[in-house]
Ligand binder design. Structure first.
Ligand code: FES
Length: 352
């Protein structure tokens, strides 16, 4: 739209008019619309060689962005996490962090700089003005907007300058790869680690208090014993990770008091072994009520009935505690007959 399309501004009522205040002359309309400045063509508008130079500059910036993204990916894959380098004037920094920041920053900067240079030197710089209008645009305005958009696309030269268009598409397509690479920082997939514990067939049940393998006669009716798998020691680097899944509580219940058939089969002379990890949000269960065989989680009071498959009888826990099948080996020690048959801990993992 040219400036001729703009309706003439209604001039403010000129109270001042030609009046004089204190002898000083006041202009007719101090707020008059000065109109758009005269358009001055740029060197690129009149010299095709200059336009080509600008085009190459823009393409070079977009290409640099692509190279920087490739540099980001290569740095991420090849640089060790613990490598430290000295960078003047920053000092000692992580080589990986420095390389990632530098390459990603360069990739984004080059896209921005290329776009700005393109707009300033090659796209049309003729200023246009448009009247304010109601929000719901009439059909002819919508058609005009579409036409303006098409004109803008033409004026930007995106169709005529395939070099710029293609390098821009390349840069825009590649820069998200940097974000995709960062997903690796979420760590390796858990695979079956959350479903498995270190319990295995033949592993002895070690008393947490005495550090000795348990025999059936060590487990008295009414007592609550905590146990861990043979071979799992506190000195191990992954002790906390493993014990968090493998911790066991053992009670002895008169076999005739055990209501659940499978529980009875998986026990030894009324000795039952259950995961100590609450199925609500994973607190260690520690309270045992010997008359009722109920165990209570101290965190949110979930209560499980150990004489009935450790089913939940109160509280927010979603499901029963997993039972470990046990027996006695040739030397008379309690041993596991395998791993838990379901994931231990919060019900969350069962949905995985
Ligand atoms: S963690 Fe046991 S009841 Fe919430």
């Amino acid at each position: 739209m040219s400036s001729q399309d703009i309706p003439e501004e209604k001039h403010l009522p000129s109270e001042q008019g030609d009046a004089h205040h204190g002898g000083v002359a006041v202009a007719d309309d101090p707020f008059a619309d000065p109109g758009l400045p005269v358009h001055k063509p740029r060197i690129q508008d009149i010299d095709e060689r200059a336009a080509k130079r600008s085009e190459r500059t823009v393409a070079m910036l977009f290409t640099l962005s692509m190279l920087a993204t490739i540099g980001f990916i290569v740095s991420y894959v090849t640089l060790p996490v613990d490598k430290i380098v000295f960078i003047f004037p920053i000092g000692k920094v992580s080589a990986l962090n420095f390389a990632l920041g530098l390459t990603l920053g360069t990739a984004l900067f080059c896209i921005g700089a290329g776009a700005v240079h393109w707009a300033r030197t090659l796209m049309s710089d003729v200023e246009v003005a448009d009247d304010r209008h109601e929000i719901a645009a009439p059909a002819e305005v919508k058609a005009k907007v579409l036409q303006d958009f098409a004109d803008g696309a033409n004026e930007s030269g995106i169709a005529r300058r395939p070099l710029i268009r293609n390098t821009l598409i390349g840069a825009m397509a590649m820069v998200p790869l940097a974000g995709v690479m960062l997903l690796r920082d979420l760590g390796p997939l858990p695979e079956v680690k959350l479903r498995k514990t270190v319990w295995a067939k033949g592993k002895l049940l070690i008393n947490d208090n005495t550090n000795e393998p348990l025999r059936p006669e060590d487990v008295l009716v009414g007592s609550l014993t905590f146990a861990r798998p043979e071979g799992l020691e506190e000195e191990q680097h992954d002790f906390q990770t493993q014990i968090a899944k493998a911790a066991l509580m053992i009670v002895r219940i008169k076999p005739e008091d055990i209501k659940d058939k499978q529980e009875l089969e998986w026990s030894h002379e009324g000795i039952v072994a259950y995961s100590k990890i609450c199925t609500h949000v994973g607190c260690p269960i520690s309270l045992y009520e010997q008359q009722t065989h109920h165990v209570l989680c101290p965190c949110h009071q979930s209560t499980f009935d150990l004489s009935d498959g450790a089913r939940v009888i109160f509280g927010p826990a979603g499901h029963a505690l997993p039972q470990l099948r046990i027996g006695v080996n040739d030397e008379g020690f309690l041993e596991a007959h395998g791993d838990f048959e379901e994931p231990v801990g919060p019900a969350f993992w069962e949905r995985g």
